[in-house]
Design a protein around this ligand. Structure first.
Ligand SMILES: Nc1ncnc2c1ncn2[C@@H]1O[C@H](COP(=O)(O)OP(=O)(O)OP(=O)(O)O)[C@@H](O)[C@H]1O
Length: 258
């Protein structure tokens, strides 16, 4: 089946800081790809390039067959980007945010869909609230309700569980799983390795902007030598892979080592 997301040779430079260096990967319909890596590895920069918020310095991104660089409107219609710190319009209520999002994306049956999403996100009864009246977790849920309204084929999530309580976390995991079962492709960046292990079919581990491992947990384990790799937790694998790459890789900045 064709990929929902196809990334080829993606690079992102900030001046001479090389934040993303030559990433290439695909995500299939129904697949959840976990993007993991240490602080400053380039995860947020990658997600923002995939969402069309940041222009890549090189490479290409296709979303549901649309080239994000050449046909950005068509590509962006097919995706939702859910940042870890969503921003809202101060004077629009929860319901008005859904209405506004529906108009932007041309969602006709938005009222029924909006009500169902508020129910799913435990925001029923908050329709008239302004963002300033919502808790951090509720804001996160509103962002997700708006993001899901147009049934995106690609869902990009940066730390999706930030601020959620244990019941909210459980519901959010079920919501994300459901979107994947319905055929969406998900790319999820998180430092919460148990979440990644539970939800993701494949992992892309990045360090210093480069891919240092790509595959299922079993495949990544199999590639590492030593009997201890077989039983290693994702946390142990993460430490091994990313610290090995730190030893081997040149620094993430464009400056040359002495
Ligand atoms: N706007 C910017 N201008 C200059 N450098 C930036 C900018 N944004 C990020 N960087 C640099 O790019 C690199 C990658 O940062 P990025 O935020 O993508 O990493 P990350 O993997 O999301 O990190 P974290 O896990 O800490 O959120 C870092 O070296 C960072 O300092």
């Amino acid at each position: 089946m064709d990929s929902v997301l196809r990334v080829e040779g993606l690079e992102k430079l900030y001046g001479d800081v090389k934040a993303v260096r030559g990433l290439s990967f695909d995500v299939a319909p129904g697949e959840v790809l976990g993007l993991v890596g240490p602080n400053g590895a380039g995860k947020t920069s990658t997600l923002r390039c995939l969402a069309g918020i940041l222009p890549p310095s090189a490479g290409s991104v296709h979303v549901a067959g649309h080239d994000l660089g050449r046909t950005p409107v068509q590509a962006k219609r097919e995706l939702a980007f859910l940042p870890d710190e969503p921003r809202f319009f101060e004077y629009l209520t929860v319901w008005e945010h859904l209405n506004f999002t529906a108009r932007l994306y041309g969602v006709e049956d938005w009222e029924a869909r909006g009500r169902a999403l508020l129910e799913e996100m435990e925001l029923s009864g908050k329709e008239k609230s302004l963002p300033g009246e919502l808790s951090r977790g509720m804001k996160q849920k509103l962002s997700i309700a708006c993001g899901f309204l147009h049934s995106p084929k690609l869902i990009l999530l940066d730390e999706p569980l930030t601020g959620l309580d244990p019941i909210g976390i459980r519901r959010m995991k079920a919501s994300l799983r459901r979107r994947a079962e319905e055929g969406a492709a998900l790319v999820l960046s998180s430092h919460l390795l148990p979440l990644v292990e539970e939800l993701c079919h494949r992992l892309l581990v990045i360090a210093g902007g480069r891919a240092v491992a790509l595959g299922s947990l079993a495949e990544i384990r199999a590639r590492l030598s030593g009997p201890e790799a077989e039983a290693a937790s994702l946390e142990e694998l993460f430490v091994r892979i990313t610290s090995a790459s730190e030893d081997a890789a040149p620094p993430a900045t464009g400056t040359r080592p002495p």
